[in-house]
Design a protein around this ligand. Structure first.
Ligand code: NJP
Length: 239
């Protein structure tokens, strides 16, 4: 309650459900995504539920835009309590040799570099919070070697390594940095990845959001861990 939370990829799917759940829990939500109409829909839903949001139409690949957002929030609020790096891109599901260089660069830019820019810009604000929480959405694909998933998997493995490092760099501060691995969820990205799948068999994003909120809690002690949704527990992914 009364906390300031930034969610990337808030326009749909897991990010949108998380933004709504945070607002319902009393946080002011800074909602970041490119699609203005979808952000406005989110704003309507949050208002209907008595919450408050600030909409930030931004391509997460725009690192200078992330810096500017950091300055603005610092001037306005002086801190950030919760950072949720959720925006993600899937890219081509195809043999490594068939991936277009442009696609490779785009998926790394969204899934890895943008999250690094978020850490770079928002670490000073998280350090001003008495319980800064940084949560990044990874994927079980990072731990597997599934044919044709190499691009997406490589980005999530890089994200895991980076977030583990951030956790090590903040372990002596009030900041707790963790990963969240949702497993299959009924979203646009999952439908693009698995076109033949019956989406009704998958959990709705709103059933996932409460677990992400637990990682945002001031009471959390874990850092540098991955919360595996299907196992409903923290896993140490680095021995
Ligand atoms: O995806 P989707 P999910 N700049 O496609 C935003 C991970 N995950 O909810 O900009 C800014 O419904 C996009 O917004 P917009 C997955 O890897 C999922 O499934 O308006 N924002 C939209 O809000 C990802 O990290 C599953 O187009 C950008 C959002 O990202 C996270 O969960 C399983 C952007 C994507 O919404 C959320 O994915 C798993 C940009 N350049 C991990 N590019 C699963 N669904 O089954 C994209 O293990 N966005």
């Amino acid at each position: 309650k009364g906390r300031l939370a930034l969610v990337t990829g808030a326009s749909r799917g897991i990010g949108r459900a998380t933004a709504v759940a945070l607002a319902e829990a009393g946080a002011h939500v800074i909602a970041v995504a490119r699609t203005v109409g979808a952000l406005e829909d989110l704003d309507d839903e949050i208002r209907e539920k008595g919450g408050a949001a600030t909409l930030v139409p931004l391509d997460i690949k725009d690192g200078d835009g992330i810096d500017r957002l950091g300055y603005t929030l610092f001037e306005r609020y002086g801190k950030l309590d919760i950072l949720i790096g959720n925006a993600g891109a899937l890219g081509a599901i195809s043999p490594l040799g068939h991936i277009e260089p442009k696609d490779w660069d785009n998926v790394f830019a969204v899934n890895v570099t943008a999250n690094w820019r978020l850490i770079r810009s928002f670490d000073p604000l998280l350090r001003k919070s008495d319980a800064g929480r940084a949560i990044f959405i990874t994927s079980g694909a990072a731990w597997k070697s599934t044919a044709y998933w190499g691009l997406y998997a490589a980005t999530k493995a890089a994200l895991n390594s980076m977030v583990a490092t951030y956790a090590a760099e903040t372990v002596n501060s009030p900041i707790r940095a963790n990963l969240f691995s949702p497993g299959p969820v009924r979203t646009h990205m999952r439908a693009a990845a698995m076109p033949g799948e019956d989406a009704d068999t998958l959990p709705h994003p709103s059933s996932i959001a409460p677990s992400i909120l637990k990682l945002a809690s001031p009471d959390l002690t874990e850092t540098g861990q991955v919360y595996e949704m299907r196992q409903a527990r923290f896993l140490s992914f680095r021995a």
